[in-house]
Design a protein around this ligand. Structure first.
Ligand SMILES: Cc1ncc(COP(=O)(O)O)c(C=O)c1O
Length: 399
């Protein structure tokens, strides 16, 4: 983010703050679409960031929601329900009942277990509502079902005219830098789809696959994304399955549009270590793969140091950047070299548009949630959430 924009943001809004730039978001979606073959469409995993969904609604084909809460956000934002895949390991009976009885046509329900399957079967029968389902094939954890269970769902659904098994879902993990792993998993899923054809004469219309495309967060960990996308596309072209593929993505779509700004509010040296206390913290900023705050995220200091070319060992000092929580774990970065750090300087953390905000332990210590500002397509700033107090959620009620 350039200094002019940081200045404008700081003049208008309070730190700590997240800023999501919709132009960068659109460019990002275009980049991914341009890299991928024509039979591939994109599904946005809204868990990565629920604040940018509206901006994606006309450029993304599908939205994966994983909880009743996420679904409520989509409903309140008037997102088209037919574009939603209602996924997640536990869809509560009450929400399935409510949706089917109200005749709300959710695009697809993923099926994560035989029990969840039965709930969907019963709800669709009670409401006499036809539903699309996608059994999720497990990758070897608590999510999804075994191959045999997926087959059972397909067999049973054939005899049920209220159910349409429109595809198979598979997701195994995030930040997958290894193309070998991508190959192994695509080959595995492709093989399974072949088995379905041979054993059940069933070929799904679609495969919904979570590739877990990686994002660079730390200095020195950049990778050649063009090359990565080329190799991934080649793997897709080598599959037997050549029908529609939907890639479920969160991190890779959302990360680059986000910036987190937090202000230095105190500085001290305790027993030889420099500590800069910022007004944010790990309740608001979480990095995937940040091993004990040892890695240095892609970040800068505002105001920019004018004499950066003349920086010397004396004025560059290593700082432990700590948040405002009362826990020794609240360290965002350890030993970050900064020139002439002062109180009121602002640290600007880039690539923080996915999960960084949502995965924080937001309710711990009842501190406020950060401001959220959107940079719209006309480059105007708009606060879409003010600093939000969390203390009411941690307060008992005796009424
Ligand atoms: C089922 C499912 N699909 C897609 C995603 C998005 O993954 P990523 O953010 O790595 O793209 C997740 C993330 O946890 C997921 O659980």
């Amino acid at each position: 983010m350039n200094n002019e924009r940081v200045k404008l943001l700081l003049n208008n809004y309070q730190t700590p703050m997240y800023v999501f730039d919709t132009s960068i978001l659109r460019q990002r979606v275009n980049y991914l679409k341009n890299c991928l073959p024509d039979n591939v469409s994109l599904c946005y995993a809204v868990k990565a960031n629920t604040f940018i969904m509206k901006e994606l609604s006309d450029i993304i084909d599908r939205f994966e929601v994983c909880s009743p809460g996420e679904l409520s956000i989509c409903r309140e934002l008037d997102m088209p329900m037919e574009k939603i895949i209602f996924s997640g390991v536990y869809k509560t009976p009450s929400v399935i009942k409510e949706l089917t009885e109200a005749g709300i046509l959710i695009g697809i329900y993923s099926v994560e277990s035989m029990l969840q399957y039965k709930l969907i079967v019963e709800a669709s029968k009670r409401a006499n509502l036809k539903v699309n389902i996608m059994p999720r094939l497990t990758s070897g954890n608590q999510f999804g079902m075994t191959e045999d269970e997926v087959k059972e769902v397909i067999r049973e659904s054939k005899a049920n005219n209220l159910l349409n098994v429109c595809g198979i879902q598979f997701f195994s993990g995030t930040q997958k830098t290894s193309m070998k792993k991508q190959r192994r998993e695509l080959e595995y899923v492709d093989g399974f789809l072949q088995t379905l054809k041979e054993e059940l004469s069933y070929t799904p219309d679609e495969l919904e696959f979570g590739p877990g495309f990686p994002v660079s967060y730390f200095q020195g960990e950049e990778f050649d994304e063009d090359e990565y996308m080329k190799e991934f596309t080649k793997l897709l072209s080598e599959m037997n399955f050549q029908s529609k593929i939907t890639l479920e993505l969160g991190r890779s779509i959302a990360a680059s549009c986000g910036t987190y700004l937090t202000r230095v509010v105190d500085m001290k040296n305790n027993k030889g270590q420099n500590y800069a206390i910022v007004d944010g913290g790990i309740n608001q900023l979480v990095y995937f793969g940040q091993s004990m705050a040892m890695k240095h995220p892609i970040c800068s200091v505002y105001p920019e140091r004018a004499d950066i070319g003349n920086a010397t060992d004396e004025n560059i000092v290593n700082w432990n950047i700590c948040g405002s929580l009362c826990t020794v774990n609240d360290i965002i970065v350890k030993q970050l070299p900064i020139q002439d750090l002062k109180i009121d300087d602002v640290l600007v953390f880039e690539n923080t548009g996915a999960y960084c905000m949502t995965e924080g332990i937001s309710l711990f210590l009842s501190r406020d949630l950060p401001t959220v500002v959107l940079v719209d397509k006309n480059r105007e700033l708009r606060a879409i959430r003010k600093l939000a107090p969390t203390y009411p959620l941690n307060k008992p009620s005796y009424e």
